[in-house]
Design a protein. Structure first.
Length: 447
């Protein structure tokens, strides 16, 4: 093999490495645009409401308990002191049902989904005698209240009211229970210590964005949601028992119990020791996702940029060797830069249009540009068209890889194997030692 050919291979390898720089810049630009999109979404959330999580209701009873405490310096003597205490009970049965109506909000070129829903919350509490406290203690009952946690109270559209037993009560701002965070509460009738089974029901008109979650606090909980959004992602620690997704939207139903959630223990830990992470993570819900995330798809496409440049340069080099055509390293570099610009076009187009049309337009522009240039660089219109056809096939395969995330590795492996087989077949009779004579310049070829 001639020294000139060795230098050519070294130059091509160096160009491939250098082209990683613009590819890396495009990848950095994708990250920046993602950050700008998150800022735009955050600004939309500032003006409306963010992701919503419903936790509750929880029956809360403040009380005073008579305690005997030793007197300082007098261990044999004690004094009576009334200490403030609080006990809380979770519902025995809990049912949450709602329908989400979605709407697209836009800030500049960035869009996100917001929703409005009216949640119907029903169930009942099983109150034990003396709220489950020991019978030999002296207690003064305080004012019981019902606490409901809501992640972003700005989403509450109307003043809610609750049917508690035979009474109808108004909710007031604030959950008044640290474990639930922000929310609302309703003051209840005085508690007399007797056992009771009290049904409750209320409706909550709520706005939110992206996510709607429910903490299944009931001993037995059932949650059912439906929406006109066609691309749900069911999130949280519990999957729906039944689900259906169609062009008209989705429906989903969850059923849980304390045996599967252990929420009674998690709630107690959060209320007494502030270890709230297990309690806060024990939720179920749905996320309204975009069907195609342009930035995620573009980021994945850029990761195949090195493979694109390598395969294109291999095509040029094989044409140079098999057809004895001299192709200058500058021509390699120009074609490589054109491939890098494709990803920049893809990013900018996908911010304006759907990802599919944006990909087609960017690919068509780059294929046309390279077909024109390659017809001169390779010394023949037919070779230029053949190169354009090969490049079109590569863009098509890349699109298939992007759309088939679960099978991307398999398809990519088969692609590389097929291309390697093609190279081996084309060069099976080539005498690599007989390449010492200089190849013809493209100007010597007949167009």
């Amino acid at each position: 093999m001639s020294k000139s050919l060795m230098w050519k291979l070294a130059a091509i390898g160096g160009l491939i490495i250098l082209l990683l720089i613009p590819l890396g810049m495009v990848n950095g630009l994708v990250s920046d645009r993602q950050h700008y999109r998150q800022q735009a979404i955050a600004s939309i959330a500032d003006g409306t409401a963010g992701s919503q999580t419903l936790a509750g209701p929880v029956w809360v009873l403040p009380y005073k308990q008579l305690m005997l405490e030793p007197i300082d310096g007098k261990p044999d003597q004690h004094r009576e002191v009334w200490r403030d205490r609080t006990t809380a009970l979770l519902p025995d049965k809990l049912s949450v049902a709602g329908q989400l109506k979605t709407e697209t909000r836009q800030r500049g070129i960035y869009r996100t989904q917001v929703y409005s829903t009216e949640l119907a919350v029903t169930g009942h509490f099983q109150l034990p005698i003396r709220a489950g406290l020991a019978a030999d203690t002296q207690i003064q009952w305080g004012q019981p209240y019902l606490s409901v946690g809501i992640a972003d109270v700005r989403g509450i559209k109307t003043s809610p009211r609750i049917n508690w037993g035979s009474s109808t009560l108004d909710f007031a701002p604030g959950a008044r229970l640290k474990a639930l965070g922000g929310g609302i509460h309703a003051n209840l009738a005085a508690y007399d210590g007797a056992a009771a089974s009290i049904p409750f029901s209320f409706k909550l008109s709520l706005n939110g964005m992206d996510d709607l979650n429910v903490v299944p606090l009931g001993r037995d909980t059932e949650v059912s949601l439906q929406s006109d959004w066609r691309h749900p992602s069911f999130s949280g620690r519990f999957s729906p028992e039944d689900r259906a997704v169609s062009d008209k939207g989705f429906t989903a139903r969850w059923r849980t119990s304390w045996f599967s959630t252990n929420l009674s223990e998690h709630f107690e830990q959060c209320a007494t020791s502030s270890q709230c992470e297990p309690f806060q993570n024990a939720r179920l819900g749905v996320r309204l996702i975009e069907p195609v995330d342009a930035y995620l798809q573009t980021d994945r496409a850029v990761k195949y940029g090195f493979l694109f440049v390598f395969l294109t340069f291999c095509t040029f080099f094989l044409t140079e060797v098999l057809k004895r055509i001299a192709i200058h390293p500058v021509q390699y570099a120009l074609v490589g830069l054109s491939l890098a610009v494709f990803f920049l076009l893809l990013l900018s187009f996908s911010e304006q249009w759907a990802f599919g049309p944006a990909y087609l337009l960017a690919a068509l522009a780059c294929v046309t540009q390279n077909a024109f240039y390659a017809s001169h660089a390779l010394g023949s219109r037919w070779r230029g068209l053949g190169f354009a056809g090969l490049l079109s096939a590569l863009y098509g395969l890349l699109y298939v890889l992007l759309r088939s995330e679960d099978h991307a590795l398999l398809l990519g492996s088969l692609l590389l194997f097929g291309l390697l087989t093609t190279v081996m077949v084309l060069t099976r009779k080539l005498n690599w030692y007989d390449l010492a004579s200089p190849p013809k310049s493209q100007n010597e070829e007949t167009v």
